[in-house]
Design a protein. Structure first.
Length: 202
């Protein structure tokens, strides 16, 4: 597992040698335990706020180049924390294609999940909902009720959006283009905007 424990933006490429990687991470003052089991195809963007945490387990695949994924991507994989204490935690054996994960409080992903092309996951509204002076007010701080949890073996279809405060239960499938604004129980197929359960998996 590797962890990012200081502010910085890091670009990683598939096949980068250990020495070059460690020099790069040292330059950004990022602590890293070298692991060859995670694969980076193309250059992801990792942007970490001071005193926040990004942790990635083993055997994950992050694809940021169109030729390596059926639907292509228009952006790299982006992992971003936006406040002190924010946390992104990714387990083992997950696949991402142009996925955006943005945490103001906490986004946690289990093991064995698949994220279709250009899915987005975030735990914040980014701007106040209140109309008064919305343009210039600071980003509201997220809290525990805004946490996003995606359990093991979930499949999220291409261009779906997972909003704050959502828990997606183990083994569930989210249809392409869905907007998930509420919890989805385990072993369910759900789709739509807003996303609703279509049927249960046996």
């Amino acid at each position: 597992m590797f962890s990012y424990h200081s502010i910085g933006i890091v670009l990683l490429t598939r096949g980068i040698d250990k020495i070059t990687l460690l020099v790069l991470l040292s330059y950004f003052r990022i602590r890293y335990k070298y692991s060859t089991s995670n694969r980076f195809i193309g250059k992801p963007l990792i942007d970490k706020h001071k005193q926040s945490f990004i942790k990635i387990g083993e055997r994950n695949l992050l694809i940021s180049k169109s030729r390596h994924t059926a639907l292509g991507v228009t952006r790299p994989v982006i992992l971003r924390t936006t406040s002190p204490g924010a946390n992104i935690s990714v387990g083992n054996d997950n696949g991402f294609s142009g996925t955006v994960i943005c945490a103001n409080y906490s986004v946690e992903i289990g093991n064995g999940c698949l994220f279709g092309s250009e899915t987005m996951i975030f735990d914040t509204d980014f701007h106040p909902v209140n109309l008064l002076n919305r343009r210039y007010r600071p980003v509201p701080k997220s809290n525990a009720i805004d946490r996003v949890l995606i359990e093991d073996d979930v499949f999220i279809g291409a261009r779906s959006t997972i909003l704050k405060g959502v828990r997606i239960g183990k083994g569930s499938v989210i249809g392409a283009g869905s907007v998930v604004a509420s919890d989805i129980p385990e072993f369910s197929v759900a789709a739509g905007n807003p996303c609703e359960v279509v049927r249960r998996l046996k």
